[in-house]
Write a protein that binds this ligand. Structure first.
Ligand code: PLP
Length: 364
């Protein structure tokens, strides 16, 4: 494969921070080497700061965001547990699939794609569910679902939140929002390649971990002994050393910038993109009160010049300008574009480049 430089603005991996790429070139230590363990501890501490939590059980799961999702459900769901799940896109749907495989009695609370889920409907769906689960930033639609109001739930109900596309991009405050379980992914707003899923469990969630989860690889009873370092550190599976170097470096960049500054940078870039697209006569897809700055969805114009369609336009952006944007999913395939501004990719110059390139291709 030729080595090509791209401006990755799709919903998948963004361009990593240069400090992160540098981290991959460090010598690979053993997973029980004291220097590596110190770096893992520091990575977990950085994650606590980024999650805004004191949770002891906070670490990166080996695997992508979906591995974090599995780890979140498989460790706390018991067969027959009522689990309320908000569904307004692909990732809420994936949560239902994962929870059902764990034997949950899934109670779906749906909203149309492009619209947020009313948190009160999640609270009203069952008198005392084991878990209420919601996707904070729906990457399939560009919609934010509000999490803060879910702090007001019945005692004994765990709150589980997918923060794959929100962490680092928009405010996430685990302790203040009383979130019990949250997971993210490295390749979205954290500016690191795909491969790890930062996970955090509150003490209440730790108390509910099942004795023998159906997954061996994701069994937190065993993993916790390696990652928290309490008692003797015991081997469970080999940590993906170089990915942890990369995450450590990416979190360092984020904390040096400051979470507030990172959120403000994403907000400003998202706003500039939204306004730029509207100025070109295009219509945004997501509800205007709940648009994500880090993932913009826009309708593919209906009056395209002859010979152009969704696929040819995205291909031209890629081949001529080196820009990757994402297509629509499900019934919106071919009808919506998804444009990411995540982590290192969230820069004004990328907004300008995309708007200029799209303007040239569309002749607007
Ligand atoms: C990307 C994403 C996932 C899945 O992450 P993978 O890294 O693709 O496994 C889950 N939830 C949301 C909201 C996502 O955007």
């Amino acid at each position: 494969m030729p080595h090509r430089e791209r401006t990755l603005m799709g919903p998948g991996p963004g361009n990593p921070y240069p400090e992160v790429i540098e981290a991959f070139s460090r010598p690979v230590l053993g997973h029980l080497d004291p220097d590596f363990i110190a770096l893992l501890d520091e990575t977990n501490e950085r994650l606590r700061q980024v999650w805004r939590t004191e949770n002891r059980l906070t670490f990166p799961v080996s695997g992508t965001g979906s591995a974090g999702m599995e780890a979140a459900f498989v460790n706390v769901v018991r067969p027959g547990d009522p689990v309320v799940i908000g569904v307004n896109g692909v990732f809420g749907e994936r949560m239902c699939d994962v929870a059902a495989r764990c034997g949950a009695d899934v109670i779906r609370v749906e909203a149309p794609w492009g619209q947020p889920i009313d948190p009160q409907r999640l609270l009203d769906a069952h008198p005392s569910p084991a878990i209420i689960a919601v996707v904070h930033a729906e990457t399939s639609t560009g919609v934010r679902n509000d999490v803060a109001p879910l702090a007001d739930r019945p005692d004994g109900t765990l709150l589980l939140v997918d923060c794959v596309t929100s962490l680092g991009g928009i405010p996430v405050t685990v302790d203040e929002w009383r979130v019990d379980i949250a997971y993210s992914g490295t390749q979205k707003c954290l500016g690191v390649p795909p491969g790890l899923s930062p996970l955090t469990f509150s003490d209440a969630a730790v108390d509910r971990i099942v004795e023998r989860p159906s997954s061996w690889y994701l069994d937190l009873n065993m993993i916790a002994r390696y990652v928290t370092g309490e008692g003797a550190r015991a081997y469970h599976h080999t940590a993906p050393i170089s990915m942890i170097y990369a995450l450590h470096a990416g979190l360092g960049v984020l904390l040096d910038e400051g979470l507030d500054a990172s959120w403000a940078r994403h907000a400003a870039c998202g706003m500039a993109l939204h306004q730029g697209l509207e100025a070109m006569g295009m219509e945004l897809f997501a509800a205007d009160t709940h648009r994500l700055p880090e993932l913009t969805t826009v309708w593919v114009p209906e009056d395209l010049p002859d010979g152009l369609d969704d696929a040819t336009i995205r291909r031209t952006l890629l081949d001529t300008y080196g820009i990757e944007i994402g297509g629509g999913l499900g019934e919106f395939a071919g009808r919506v574009w998804r444009i990411g501004l995540m982590g290192h990719t969230a820069r004004q110059r990328n907004v300008t480049l995309l708007l200029g390139a799209l303007g040239e291709v569309l002749g607007r």
